[in-house]
Write a protein that binds this ligand. Structure first.
Ligand code: CFM
Length: 542
C-alpha cells in the first residue's frame, strides 16, 4: 500500500483510514460509500461517484428539490412575490435563513422580508389545495400588485396532484401578470440539485429574453452568485471600478425586470457552476452568449477572474483599467490579511459545502496560510469534481428522468455570436470561455475528497485528523463544535460577510482569527469525555 498521508495531520495511512471509515457500514452500504471517497493522486485521472441517492439510514447534509429551487435559485429574486404552496413548515428554511440580501430598485418593489405560504392543512391534503392557491395568488396580487408571482410546489402538492401549472395559467390570464409555476416537489431528484435544474428551466422559459433593450458597452451578467452576506455587492463594486456593467445577476440581489433583459449581455460570468450551468448553456445556444467560469472568492482568484474578463474583451483601454484596479485592490487586500496570516498559518481545515464553495474557498484558505485537507460537496455532480470533460460519460440517473430537459435552438432573429468563429475557438482553447475543470485539479496529493459526507464519517474525520476548523452548514455546526472544533458556516456565513472579492477576503480572515482563537474552545469538553461511553455487541444466535 502506498504511504499516502494527509498533510499536516496526525500521521495516518490514508487508504487504511478510508477503509476504516467505510467499515462502519454494512457491507453493501460500505461498498457504495467507498466510491464517494477519493484520496487525491494528481498523477491519475480519478473518478468519484456523485449525484446519487443517499443510502437510507445515513444522516446526510443534503436538502430537497424545493430547497434548491425556492431556497437557492428563485427566492433571492426580490421584486417577485414567491408563494410556497405547501404546509407552513416548508417555508421556515426558505425564509431568509440563507441570508441572500436584496436592495429594491427605483420602483421600490421588495418582497424579500415576506413569507408567502398557502399553509396547507389536513383538509387541503384530503380535498385538494387548488382553490386555496388561487385565493392566495389573488390576495397577494390585490395587496402588493407585484410584476410577477412565482408558485413553488412542496411534496404534498405532487402527492395529491394539485395542478399548479393550470392554476398559474388561469390566474395569470385573470390578473394580467406572469404567474410562474415551479413543480419542485421536495422528493424529486436526489438532492437540491434537481431544484436548481427546474428553476433554471422556468427562468429560461418565462423570464430570459422577454425585454430587448439598448446595450451598453462592456455589459455582463453574473450567473450563480446569490449575494450571501452582500457578496454580490462587493463583486459589483470591483467590476464597476473596472468599467464593466452588470446587467443582471442570477439571482443574488436579483431583479425580475433585469433578468428579462439578460440576453442582451456580451458574456455570462459563471460563478456557481452547479446551480446555473443549465441557463449558461441554454443562453449560449439560443442567443450566442458565451460564458466565462469565474471564482470571486480569494484575492488571487478574484484577480485571475478579472483578467479572464479582460482577455475576453481584448480592449486595450479596458485591460489597462482592469490591471490598475487589480494592482490597487490586491495591495490593499494583502495588507488587510497580513496581520492574520501568522495567527492562521498551518491550521488545517475540512470543508463540506453544497456544490461549489468547497472548491471556491480552498484558494482563499491557502492565501491565509491555512491547509485544506479534506473537501467535499453535498450534491454536486461528477463534472464539479472532475471537470466538464466527463460530461459525456455521465449517465442520466432514473431519479433525474422526471426533470424536463428543454430542447433549445438558435433564436432565428436574436442569435448573435459575440465574437467571430475563430476568436471564439481561440478563447475556448485558451480556456477563457466555456471551460471548467472542477475541484480536483486544485487538490494535491495528501488531500481527500468526500462526496455527500455523512455525520458518522464527519465524526470519524474529526477524531482522526483533528482539524483546526471545519467549514460546513447548520445541520452539523453544533455536532462539530461539541468536539471542541470551531465551525464556520460557509453557506450563510453565520452572521457575517461579504466574503467574496478583495474586501471579503479581509473580512473572512478577521472572522476566522476571532473564531479559532476564541478562548471558549479550551473550556469545551465533549460530552463523551465527561461520562463513560457504553459499549455493546450484537449477539446473534442461529
Ligand atoms: Fe452554488 Fe450556492 Fe453552492 Fe448551491 Fe447551496 Fe449556497 Fe452552497 Mo448552501 S448555489 S452550489 S445550493 S454556491 S445554498 S449560495 S452555500 S449549498 S456551495
Amino acid at each position: 500500500m502506498p504511504d499516502k498521508r494527509i498533510m499536516n495531520a496526525p500521521a495516518i495511512a490514508l487508504d487504511e483510514f478510508v477503509e476504516g471509515v467505510v467499515d462502519v457500514y454494512p457491507a453493501k452500504a460500505a461498498k457504495k460509500r467507498r466510491k464517494h471517497i477519493v484520496v487525491r493522486d494528481p498523477a491519475e485521472k480519478q473518478r468519484i461517484e456523485a449525484n446519487e441517492r443517499t443510502i437510507p439510514g445515513i444522516i446526510s447534509q443534503r436538502g430537497c428539490c424545493y430547497a434548491g429551487c425556492k431556497g437557492v435559485v428563485i427566492g433571492p429574486i426580490g421584486d417577485v412575490v414567491h408563494i410556497v404552496h405547501g404546509p407552513i413548515g416548508c417555508s421556515f428554511y426558505a425564509w431568509l435563513t440563507r441570508r441572500n440580501l436584496f436592495r429594491p430598485r427605483a420602483d421600490g418593489q421588495n418582497y424579500m422580508q415576506y413569507c408567502f405560504s398557502t399553509d396547507m392543512e389536513e383538509k387541503d391534503i384530503i380535498f385538494g389545495g387548488e382553490k386555496k392557491l388561487k385565493a392566495a395568488i389573488q390576495e397577494a396580487y390585490d395587496i402588493f400588485k407585484p410584476k410577477a408571482i412565482s408558485v413553488l410546489a412542496t411534496c404534498p402538492v405532487g402527492l395529491i396532484g394539485d395542478d399548479i401549472n393550470a392554476v398559474s395559467k388561469e390566474m395569470s390570464e385573470k390578473i394580467g401578470i406572469q404567474v410562474i409555476p415551479f413543480s419542485c416537489e421536495g422528493y424529486k431528484g436526489v438532492s437540491q440539485s434537481a431544484g436548481h435544474h427546474i428553476a433554471n428551466n422556468n427562468l429560461f422559459k418565462f423570464v430570459v429574453g422577454q425585454d430587448d433593450i439598448e446595450q451598453k458597452e462592456h455589459t455582463i451578467n453574473i450567473l450563480g452568485e446569490y449575494n450571501t452576506g452582500g457578496d454580490t455587492w462587493e463583486i459589483e463594486r470591483v467590476l464597476n471600478r473596472c468599467g464593466i456593467n452588470v446587467l443582471s445577476v442570477f439571482t443574488g440581489n436579483g431583479s425580475y425586470s433585469e433578468m428579462r433583459q439578460s440576453h442582451m449581455a456580451d458574456v455570462n460570468l459563471l460563478m456557481c457552476h452547479r446551480s446555473v450551468n443549465y441557463i449558461a448553456d441554454m443562453m449560449e445556444t439560443k442567443f450566442g452568449i458565451p460564458w466565462i467560469k469565474v471564482n470571486f472568492i480569494g484575492i488571487k482568484a478574484m484577480a485571475k477572474s478579472l483578467k479572464k474578463i479582460a482577455r475576453f474583451y481584448d480592449d486595450p483601454k479596458l485591460t489597462e483599467r482592469v490591471e490598475q484596479v487589480i494592482e490597487e485592490e490586491v495591495a490593499k487586500a494583502e495588507e488587510g490579511i497580513a496581520r492574520y496570516i501568522p495567527r492562521l498559518k498551518g491550521k488545517t481545515v475540512i470543508l463540506f459545502v453544497g456544490g461549489s464553495r468547497a472548491h471556491h474557498y480552498q484558494g482563499l484558505f491557502r492565501e491565509l496560510g491555512m491547509v485544506p485537507i479534506v473537501a467535499g460537496y453535498e450534491f454536486a455532480h461528477r463534472d464539479d469534481y472532475e471537470g466538464r470533460e466527463v460530461l459525456p460519460d455521465i449517465k442520466v440517473i432514473a431519479d433525474n428522468r422526471n426533470i424536463e430537459e428543454l430542447v433549445v435552438e438558435r433564436d432565428p432573429e436574436r442569435y448573435n455570436p459575440r465574437k467571430d468563429e475563430e476568436t471564439l475557438k481561440r478563447l475556448k482553447e485558451e480556456e477563457v470561455i466555456d471551460t471548467y475543470h472542477g475541484m480536483f485539479p486544485d487538490m494535491g496529493s495528501g488531500t481527500m475528497a468526500i462526496d455527500d459526507v455523512s455525520h458518522k464519517e464527519l465524526g470519524m474525520l474529526i477524531r482522526k485528523l483533528k482539524p483546526d476548523m471545519v467549514c460546513s452548514g447548520i445541520k452539523d455546526k453544533y455536532v462539530i463544535e461539541k468536539f471542541g472544533v470551531p465551525s464556520k458556516q460557509l453557506h450563510n456565513y453565520d452572521y457575517s460577510g461579504p466574503f467574496a472579492g478583495f474586501r471579503g477576503a479581509v473580512n473572512f480572515a478577521k472572522d476566522l482569527d476571532m473564531l479559532i482563537h476564541n478562548p471558549a474552545w479550551k473550556l469545551t469538553t465533549p460530552p463523551w469525555k465527561k461520562r463513560p461511553v457504553l459499549k455493546a455487541d450484537l449477539a446473534v444466535t442461529t
